[in-house]
Design a protein. Structure first.
Length: 143
């Protein structure tokens, strides 16, 4: 079983990510870590994209005023960062069927910029990680 898991991991790691360039001015900013890419053709739906490996505070259904305030700053900063040509490097989908991707602008990875500016934290799965993120964004407790 371990060998099968290791082989699956190697096969996935060897799968190249797909990348494309998009005019950042045509991107819809949903949240500090989620965007919508323009529809590929008339009548098609926008592609929802979640930035890989980061989490920003919620602006929709935020759990405290602190989270909302920082979430709005993160959303605005993402808008500023994406006001140029953006390279989208896809890495599969999440459980909500959003594309997981890294975004690059001017050679810089956007998620890394948000992390360095303390507008995002590293995303980790699980309830404990979720509670740690909540405590980080809402240090005085959720309201």
């Amino acid at each position: 079983m371990k060998l099968r898991t290791a082989l699956l991991f190697l096969a996935l790691a060897a799968t190249p990510a797909t990348a494309e360039s998009v005019d950042g001015r045509r991107i819809t900013i949903i949240d500090g870590d989620t965007i919508a890419l323009p529809a590929a053709s008339p009548g098609a739906r926008q592609e929802r994209v979640r930035l890989l490996d980061i989490d920003t505070p919620e602006t929709w259904q935020s759990r405290c005023e602190d989270e909302l305030a920082v979430g709005l700053i993160a959303k605005q900063r993402l808008r500023e960062l994406l006001a140029r040509p953006v390279t989208v490097e896809r890495h599969g989908q999440d459980r909500y069927r959003r594309t997981l991707a890294r975004l690059y602008v001017g050679g810089r990875e956007v998620g890394a910029v948000l992390l360095s500016e303390e507008l995002a934290v590293r995303w980790r799965p699980g309830r404990d990680a979720w509670e740690q993120r909540l405590a980080h964004w809402c240090p005085r407790g959720a309201r």
